[in-house]
Ligand binder design. Structure first.
Ligand code: PLP
Ligand code: MN
Length: 371
């Protein structure tokens, strides 16, 4: 159940109850504008990934700046977006199980809906769900272009699946899903360039083989925050699926030639103990800020104040002896999460701030474990 929000519009940031998910609206809007500006000359369109933000409010702001739609990873995210008025949604993932497929097919009455497959059995299941609902679903073939997650090999296997989709009465062949996840955090630009060059080759070859069989690819989708400029410049990808770019996180900032976006997402925490010299404790442990991609950073205080230890509800800070401004009991600190996506999933509300004041409260509509 949705908790009451930790703030009210007009409050000062220091008055927001903690831990809270804070969104710096100036930085966030800068990021949305910058992505639109960077993609514009490439011809590739943004289909931003909503697994990051889980919010129709944010989705519609991305679309107001030219995004053609949204990606989701789960049916529950697609529902939250469609119910919130998002008109074009690609589940960039395999959807397995009759109940999930029926939920997705039901959404096709209020939004354009597409999903991915990598197996003939999934095509049959999607066809059955679409037929039951009396709608047509757009289906993309996922190809594995280097990540080793889902997807068939580029080339003939993918072509065979596409032909099977095209021959299904209630399905439309939607194109190729070709996301290279493990390239996003490759640390050097040379590694990322090599990975996406190989990915684009696989996608290009598959597009050509499909064309020889008379099948056009309306969408060739992929690209995340770490590599989107490479996919967009490849001439093969038509849609970019970056998600984290709107918030950024400490792990993306560790890439050499890091993505050119500003940190807009924070966990606001309160110093709950400063009883001993050299250390302090905040009320945001790993239940409040995930540590799967490293510890959070203390915004504006690093390296004098470093978050070094997380337990369930406590975050342990180490304070350098020479620190000029050691954390005080009751002080509020902004933490930069190591990984933005799971951070958002821990909160019911975005607390949007501008100029030190709370401006808006947006629900994290698709929060939670439901698939
Ligand atoms: N596309 C797909 C299929 C993904 O799985 C992801 C993230 O895992 C993304 C796009 C977006 O990646 P990022 O948030 O790193 O931009
Ligand atoms: Mn992520």
């Amino acid at each position: 159940m949705l908790q009451p929000p930790p703030a009210e519009p007009g409050m000062r940031e220091e008055e927001v109850d903690t831990p809270a998910l804070l969104l710096d609206l100036d930085a966030f809007e800068h990021n949305l504008d910058l992505m639109a500006r960077l993609l514009e000359p490439t011809g590739a369109k943004l289909r931003a990934h909503a697994k990051t933000h889980k919010s129709p409010v944010i989705a519609l702001r991305q679309m107001a700046r030219g995004a053609v739609g949204q990606c989701t990873q789960k049916v529950a995210e697609a529902e939250a977006l469609a119910w919130g008025g998002v008109p074009d949604i690609l589940v960039s993932n395999e959807v397995v199980g009759a109940r999930k497929l029926a939920r997705l097919a039901a959404l096709a009455r209020i939004a354009k809906v597409a999903l991915c497959v990598d197996d003939p059995a999934q095509i049959a299941a999607a066809e059955a769900a679409a037929a039951d609902a009396g709608i047509r679903l757009s289906v993309l073939v996922e190809i594995d272009i280097g990540t080793g997650r889902c997807g068939v090999a580029p080339g003939p296997e993918a072509v065979a699946l596409a032909e099977r989709i095209a021959a299904s009465r209630h399905l439309v062949f939607g194109g190729l899903q070709a996301y290279h996840g493990s390239a996003q955090h490759m640390r050097t630009p040379a590694q990322r360039r090599a990975a996406i060059a190989a990915a684009a080759d696989g996608a290009r070859r598959t597009v050509e083989q499909l064309r020889q069989r008379g099948l056009e690819c309306p969408i060739v989708g992929g690209g995340g925050t770490g590599t989107f400029a490479l996919e967009a410049g490849s001439g093969v990808y038509t849609e970019i699926q970056a998600g984290s770019y709107c918030f950024m996180d400490a792990d993306y900032a560790r890439n050499e030639e890091a993505p050119p976006f500003r940190q807009s997402l924070f966990v606001l925490a309160t110093v709950m103990s400063a009883a001993r010299p050299g250390v302090a404790v905040v009320d945001a442990g790993h239940k409040a800020v995930p540590i799967d991609s490293g510890m959070p950073l203390v915004w504006g205080r690093d390296p004098d104040v470093r978050y070094t230890r997380a337990s369930d509800e406590h975050g342990g800070l180490v304070v350098a002896p020479e620190a000029r401004n050691p954390p005080k009991l009751g002080e509020k600190l902004r933490l930069v999460p190591g990984h933005c996506d799971p951070t958002v999933d821990r909160y019911d509300w975005y607390v949007g701030v501008r100029g030190g004041r709370v401006e808006c409260l947006w629900p994290v509509a698709a929060r939670g474990g439901m698939a």
